[in-house]
Ligand binder design. Structure first.
Ligand code: PEP
Ligand code: MN
Length: 341
């Protein structure tokens, strides 16, 4: 951290900053300049709070030099993490496609959709049993029954399952059934839930909060790694902007930004980002082109009857088209997508 003093800062003010740094067991390194003095801080093991120094007299600004996160950073681990979800590897050379309905509505519905996305080449099945809904009057998910349906459909199709844990009360139950536990956008900063998910023994799919910066997303992931869970996949699912033509704005720039700083894989979700079916394929293509490690897409064969997120669900034949396009695009960014068997 670097503390820059004002041009008219007096020597006693500089002294006071130096002694405040030293009182905290840190080393102050004054750097006198032609116009103003800067003071570098060294000797810190973790993050130093800028607020300790910002309000001292004579201080102009406090510039953080090192990152607030550690375990998720490439400085800590230069090689990319490959997350293994029941044999499906996210973060390796293969582009991973996670597809399925927004919500598990019935065994028949989940099985039909799972079979169709599998036939088109999806490697993982998504579907919510516990749904975080904006309105308390909306369908909240089938709960345990939904988890049991997912387990049966996995048995039928062989597709490993990604499903959300909405709170700590259901986390253990979700972890028992799921191959990867999803933490949704609304819960990205639910630190109690993150800590528990960090100890749940399953890979975690962590979605970026709609108001979260990249730093906040990485710090949320840091909670999981800090609890011993290194199997974490990040997900860019759109953020709130002033744009009113779309539900959220898919921040494709987050992909290279995260990949530069962190070794964790990052997947894009064009469905929740756009909220509209006609935008899903174009945004999914952009996610592949920008170098995402995978995509998560909502698919429904009767979207008009869907109990949640029908307007953004693509139809099975649209999903097939997307997979055909993904097979063409992936090699352009040095990725492969498994051939159909
Ligand atoms: C979901 O994937 O089912 C979901 C609710 O997404 P998000 O948390 O990104 O809104
Ligand atoms: Mn949804």
């Amino acid at each position: 951290m670097l503390i820059v003093m004002k041009m008219d800062a007096t020597p006693p003010q500089v002294e006071r900053v130096v002694s405040t740094i030293e009182e905290r067991g840190l080393k102050a390194n004054p750097i006198p300049g032609a116009q103003r003095t800067a003071i570098g801080i060294t000797g810190n093991l973790g993050v130093v709070e800028p607020a300790h120094f910002e309000s001292l007299p004579g201080v102009l600004e406090v510039i953080p030099v090192s990152h607030p996160y550690k375990l998720v950073s490439r400085e800590f681990q230069p090689d990319k993490t490959v997350v293994d979800v029941a044999g499906v590897k996210i973060g390796g050379p293969e582009l991973v496609v996670i597809a399925g309905p927004c919500s598990v509505e019935s065994y028949e519905q989940t099985l039909r959709i799972a079979k169709s996305v599998k036939a088109a080449g999806a490697q993982l099945l998504r579907g919510g049993a516990f749904k975080p809904r904006t309105s308390p009057y909306s369908f909240q998910g089938l709960g345990l029954e939904g988890l049991e349906i997912l387990a049966k459909v996995r048995e039928e199709t062989g597709l490993p399952v990604v499903t959300e844990a909405t709170d700590i009360d259901v986390l253990d139950q979700v972890a028992e059934y799921a191959d990867m536990v999803q933490i949704g956008a609304r819960n990205m900063q639910n630190y109690t839930l993150l800590r528990r998910a960090g100890r749940c023994g399953r890979p975690v799919f962590l979605k970026r909060g709609m108001h979260a910066t990249i730093t906040e997303l990485l710090l949320a992931a840091e909670y999981l790694l800090d609890q011993g869970n290194r199997q974490v996949v990040l997900c860019e699912r759109g953020i709130r902007t002033f744009a009113d033509h779309t539900r959220n704005t898919l921040d494709v720039s987050a992909v290279p930004a995260v990949q530069r700083i962190s070794h964790l894989p990052i997947v894009c979700d064009p469905s929740h980002a756009s909220g509209k079916r006609h935008k899903v394929l174009p945004l999914a293509r952009s996610a592949i082109a920008v170098g995402a490690d995978g995509i998560m897409v909502e698919v429904h064969d009767q979207p008009d009857r869907a109990l949640s997120d029908g307007p953004q669900a693509i139809l099975p034949h649209e999903f097939e088209t997307l997979m055909d396009q993904a097979r063409v695009l992936a090699p352009m960014v040095d990725r492969s997508l498994g051939a159909l068997v």
